[in-house]
Design a protein around this ligand. Structure first.
Ligand SMILES: [Zn+2]
Length: 261
């Protein structure tokens, strides 16, 4: 392990020389994607041993699922730059709900109501808020699989057509078992979803439902429309979203919170 430690020290010194790393002691809010290993992928322990950093699991996931990459634009979506001033109360409600979910994630994690469900009217900030939660948790070392409905399903279909069952099974396993799955734009579109969409959604969401795995769902469909599309999928989402579900309906953005009459 000494060798690795020396090598890393050497590399660090080189990076410092070339101005690639922060020399300030308040380096934690520096531009590193992973402040824990400062993007080196390895963490050195005090006893001289080294371990692979948690961010490498995130990298592996993003390599496997091209469409799930956490891009700089994604990284830029935070609670701080989400604007609520001058917007309908529903937008504020959505912000509060997402923020509370992020704040209490570790407490909620193993509980039954551990999903965040943001539904309804387009343009109310569902995607931004989902990403803000994901970014907060990524910075705490939680692995996040981001699945954008249209692109993600496109990638799955492609994998099925070109590489067959085995490849799609690997991807589906990741979606089922990811520490946190963010499913953005579930059942995007207006018509009735295609069989393939329904099959993937059922397989993944039902697994996560049964195994109490935290999941963030955003969709332009309301909870009633989700129930109409598929009673089982819809009711599982509503059940797990109890406590952290906001449905925005209509232009003036009336809204209801989970658990309200
Ligand atoms: Zn790291």
């Amino acid at each position: 392990m000494d060798k690795i430690a020396n090598l890393l020290e050497h590399l660090q010194a080189r990076m410092r020389e070339r101005g690639l790393t922060s020399t300030s002691s308040s380096g934690r809010e520096h531009k590193y994607q992973c402040p824990d290993c400062q993007d080196r992928g390895i963490i050195l322990n005090d006893d001289g041993t080294a371990q692979i950093c948690h961010c490498q699991e995130q990298k592996r996931l993003e390599r496997l699922f091209k469409s799930s990459q956490i891009t700089p634009a994604f990284r830029g979506k935070t609670f701080d730059n989400f604007i609520t001033v001058g917007r309908p109360p529903a937008v504020r409600a959505m912000y509060d709900c997402a923020k509370d979910y992020a704040d209490r994630f570790h407490e909620l994690r193993g509980q039954e109501n551990n999903w965040l469900v943001l539904l309804g009217e387009p343009g109310s900030g569902k995607t931004h808020l989902s990403m803000a939660v994901a970014n907060r948790l990524l910075s705490q070392g939680i692995t996040v699989l981001y699945f954008q409905h249209v692109e993600g399903l496109g990638e799955l279909k492609d994998a099925l057509a070109r590489q067959g069952e085995a490849r799609i099974t690997t991807k589906l396993e990741q979606m089922k078992k990811a520490t946190l799955l963010v499913w953005d734009d579930l059942f995007w579109g207006k018509g009735y979803p295609k069989d393939f969409e329904l099959e993937v959604a059922f397989e993944v969401l039902n697994y996560r439902y049964l195994n109490l795995l935290p999941t963030i769902i955003s969709s332009n469909r309301t909870h009633l429309q989700l129930l109409e599309i598929n009673d089982t999928i819809g009711s599982r989402i509503i059940e797990r979203g109890k406590g952290h579900m906001v449905v925005v309906q209509g232009r003036e953005a009336n809204y209801r919170l989970a658990g309200e009459g």
